[in-house]
Design a protein around this ligand. Structure first.
Ligand code: KIV
Ligand code: NA
Length: 270
């Protein structure tokens, strides 16, 4: 199976009803990438790995080196999906030159096809700068977790006129700057739909709308690895319970000396 390309993703704008939505999930490890890759159009190496893999309180402390290490693993584990790596907080905001230095490292050291950056109008110049120099950019507007200290928490956007107008303006600015797709996170549905209709590139919803041009979730969330998840997460499995049950059985078998069995031990050759 040949790997999808960024232009192929860019061409998948739907009308919100007909047309096949894009499928994206997060991946941080080689094995996750191998398992998700055949089913997805895009794998996102999200800076959500700060919380999911490293137990941090937010995405703020995540470093470019962390993103590159996980990005390279996900590229090694995938053959079909477009791999996109998040630019972490502090690695791109200062200037277009700052952003292209970080993004160039991501492209050279991971083999990913694109980067993602949070932000709207303020980042439009940077999106255009990178795109004009060979680095495809996915945008991310609405509830942008790196701005948690400005937003005052993980708050749904678009409930008031000011944040509603900002989501639309941000999406338009990033689209016009040349982003190949835009994540719309944590936005009331009518505004997610309006933003989707206002841009020429596909939108990828997470806490957005089924009328976005694609969907993304954090894989560990949708697999049921965590008890507490945002409202926008649907648990498609209950891996936390499955893992807990398997480990409970392993522990009991070790303690009763019923593991290892004959099949798992080596004997001298006869
Ligand atoms: O870091 C991440 O996982 C993300 C997605 C939730 C869009 O940015
Ligand atoms: Na992210």
């Amino acid at each position: 199976m040949k790997r999808l390309t960024v232009p192929a993703i860019r061409s998948r704008k739907t009308d919100g009803k007909t047309g096949e939505p894009l499928v994206m999930l997060t991946a941080y490890t080689v094995r996750a990438a191998q398992l998700l890759d055949p089913h997805c159009d895009m794998l996102l190496v999200g800076d959500s790995l700060g919380q999911v893999v490293y137990g941090l309180d937010s995405t703020i402390p995540v470093s470019l080196d962390m993103m590159i290490a996980h990005g390279a693993a996900v590229v090694r584990g995938s053959y079909h999906s477009v791999v996109i790596v998040d630019l972490p907080f502090g690695s791109y905001e200062e200037s277009p030159e700052h952003a292209i230095r970080s993004a160039t490292r991501v492209m050279k050291e991971t083999g990913a096809a694109a980067v993602k950056m949070e932000g709207g109008e303020a980042m439009a110049g940077t999106v255009a700068f990178l795109t004009a120099r060979g680095i495809p950019v996915m945008g991310h507007v609405g509830l942008t977790p790196q701005a948690v200290n400005i937003l005052g928490g993980h708050k749904v956007q678009g409930r008031d006129d000011a944040t509603a107008a900002k989501v639309i303006a941000d999406a338009k600015a990033i689209d016009q700057a040349g982003a190949f797709a835009i994540v719309i996170e944590g936005v009331i549905e009518p505004i997610a739909i309006e933003a989707t209709r206002a841009v020429s590139c596909p939108t990828i919803g997470i806490g957005g709308s089924a009328q976005c041009d694609g969907q993304v979730l954090v894989t560990e969330d949708m697999l049921g690895m965590f008890d507490r998840v945002p409202r926008f997460v649907k648990k498609f499995d209950d891996l936390a319970t499955n893992i807990s049950n398997a480990v409970e059985t392993y522990a009991a078998d070790v303690r009763s000396r019923s593991f290892p069995e004959e099949a798992q031990t080596y004997q001298p050759k006869k």
